[in-house]
Design a protein around this ligand. Structure first.
Ligand SMILES: NC(=O)C1=CN([C@@H]2O[C@H](COP(=O)(O)OP(=O)(O)OC[C@H]3O[C@@H](n4cnc5c(N)ncnc54)[C@H](OP(=O)(O)O)[C@@H]3O)[C@@H](O)[C@H]2O)C=CC1
Ligand SMILES: N[C@@H](CC(=O)OP(=O)(O)O)C(=O)O
Length: 341
């Protein structure tokens, strides 16, 4: 079996650290692993496959000899560094927003549009995490009845803002527990502990934020639905890990709840947890505490949209998924695995 030289750019961050673990879990055929980060991290050691890999400073020369580069850095670094990896002959799977809407770059969720990988020109983009989590359960319902409109509210964990976001919430929780003043926020626009922040990203068109527009723009590209109508509100919540979403869908054809339930139960990447009679809340519906550190999108609270004048064409559900795993690292490693098949 062919072994691949794989590099992770941003290997010390929330997503990069998870990628190292996902490569092992998904039995990726790694011949050599290169871990790249800023000069600050050079020399640190990371456990991998029973040994240790030393972090190197990310420089263009580090991509020489790489077959696959997984990008886990911010947009500006991705835009600067990753084309150099392609020049060096590697195929890049990038987690940033930098290339997602480029018409030459496939934007892929393997459960939805794995076939788009075939037309890549060196870079394949991994979608926004809230977009992946909302679309994985929407897709099987779309295949039954044709989705035309999505109304979504997200409840996004602190770690969506990377390692600094997670550290900030932990520090605020600890200060609150000790009865001390809450440290000044840096990663977020306001104190997150004991609060909700209805802004993720900067304000864009018509008062929507950049994060909210990603669900529309990336969702249209992934599902090949250029006319899809999307209304999204993104909210940061004081949860450490795993995003949650309330999703209301409108369809062009009738769909029964039984058909929806059947489609979700059979869908790859989805776990249906929808039992109003269950004794424990953990078995009744998905919650982020239960979906952290695993790869499936859990779906529950499935019901008709009673506000839709044609109730046979409206469905509402709640879903939760680990945004560092399926929203980022797991999805990227799945794409990389498809490249090797
Ligand atoms: N967190 C999440 O839930 C999700 C994140 N993403 C996307 O993934 C990407 C990474 O996010 P995340 O892991 O959260 O971010 P983190 O802030 O946790 O990690 C950032 C990484 O970038 C590295 N880095 C910083 N500066 C440089 C530099 N000059 N050269 C090379 N590497 C550098 C850091 O290295 P060092 O430690 O040395 O500073 C670190 O490894 C972003 O584009 C983000 O939008 C996508 C979906 C979900
Ligand atoms: N912005 C998301 C995570 C993320 O990094 O998204 P993107 O890769 O689209 O910037 C969040 O904070 O929850």
């Amino acid at each position: 079996m062919k072994q691949y030289t794989v590099a992770i750019l941003g290997a010390t961050g929330a997503v990069g650290t998870q990628m190292v673990q996902c490569l092992e879990e998904q039995n990726f055929p790694v011949g050599k692993l290169k871990l790249l980060a800023s000069a600050r991290s050079a020399g640190k050691k990371v456990a991998f496959a029973g040994g240790e890999v030393e972090i190197e400073e990310a420089r263009p020369e580090a991509f020489e000899g790489c077959d696959i580069v997984l990008g886990a850095v911010d947009d500006d670094i991705a835009r600067d560094m990753l084309p150099k990896a392609v020049e060096a002959g590697a195929v890049v799977v990038d987690n940033s927003h930098a290339f997602r809407l480029d018409p030459d770059v496939p934007l892929v969720v393997p459960e939805i549009n794995a076939e788009d990988i075939s037309w890549h020109h060196g870079i394949i983009a991994n979608p926004n995490c809230a977009t992946i989590i909302g679309l994985v359960p929407t897709w099987p319902l779309h295949k039954v009845a044709g989705v035309t409109r999505m109304i979504v509210s997200t409840y996004q964990a602190a770690s969506g803002a990377g390692a600094p976001g997670m550290a900030e919430l932990e520090a605020q929780i600890a200060a609150m527990g000790r009865g001390e003043a809450i440290p000044e926020p840096r990663a977020f626009a306001a104190q997150l502990v004991s609060n909700l922040i209805p802004q993720i990203g900067g304000f864009k068109e018509e008062g929507y934020t950049s994060e909210e527009m990603k669900l529309q723009n990336e969702g249209r590209k992934i599902m090949h639905l250029p006319e899809l109508r999307v209304n999204c509100t993104c909210v940061r919540v004081p949860v450490l890990r795993s995003h949650s979403e309330s999703v209301t869908l409108e369809f062009e054809r009738d769909i029964t709840l039984e058909e929806a339930r059947e489609a979700l139960a059979a869908a790859p990447g989805v776990k249906l947890v929808d039992d109003r009679e269950a004794a424990s809340a953990h078995d009744r519906y998905p919650m982020p505490i239960d979906t952290s550190d695993q790869d499936l999108i859990w779906v529950g609270r499935l019901r008709r949209d009673i506000s839709n004048p044609n109730t046979a064409r409206g469905i509402t559900f709640w879903c939760c998924g680990d945004q560092i795993r399926k929203g980022a690292a797991t999805n990227a490693v799945q794409i990389a695995k498809l490249l090797t098949e």
